[in-house]
Design a binder for this molecule. Sequence first.
Ligand SMILES: N[C@@H](CCC(=O)N[C@@H](CS)C(=O)NCC(=O)O)C(=O)O
Length: 213
Amino acid sequence: MKLYIAQATCSLAVQAVANELGLSPELVHYDVFGKTTSDNADFAEVNPLAYVPVLELDDADKERITETIVISSFLADRHPESGLIPPRGTMERVRMDQLLTFIATEIAQKHIPLMRRLMTEEGIAFTSRKLLTAYAALDARLADGRPYLTGEQFTVADAYVWATMWHERSGVKLDHLKNLMAYVARVEARPSAQKALKDEAELVSVHKARLAA
Ligand SMILES: N[C@@H](CCC(=O)N[C@@H](CS)C(=O)NCC(=O)O)C(=O)O
């Protein structure tokens, strides 16, 4: 499998999930600003919507899957023993899908226009409030001392929240949310997260060196 990633983006979630599962997809870096890829692929052809993550399968058609939730769930579903995602058709899975959609729409996609400085003052205030509300809801969930969002078990939702902790770049202050901040540090300490950061940094540096040569 081939996984297209970009630096410090939601693709880190898929990397962390793959690492939890012991999978080693070939990583390809996409520079979202320069529009180049580390393997010289034309990213406009890889994903005409021009965003990561993209997972290319090893099947004959080399089918490509997009969307962070879909890729993470696809990988986790193929390894039910991992406990990274509850089985389809159960209420636990409904709650997980609800949480993943919440993270995508109320957190990840709310950060992006803030980080890119694309909003009016009113837009910044509105979106920052929305983000604070969303993060406060996660903080409240963790208030009973559970280590991860759904309990004792690390899941794809934890990988996604960790990968999209972009509050410093979008100017949203979260330091008062102590449960959340301790939880993020816990997720980041996992070997899967550390490996994701290391692999990403190495690939970005190889890509940059190639462009500079
Ligand atoms: N709907 C997609 C959105 C993914 C997305 O927003 N990717 C960002 C990084 S987190 C990206 O590649 N942006 C590049 C760009 O917009 O130019 C998903 O949920 O995976």
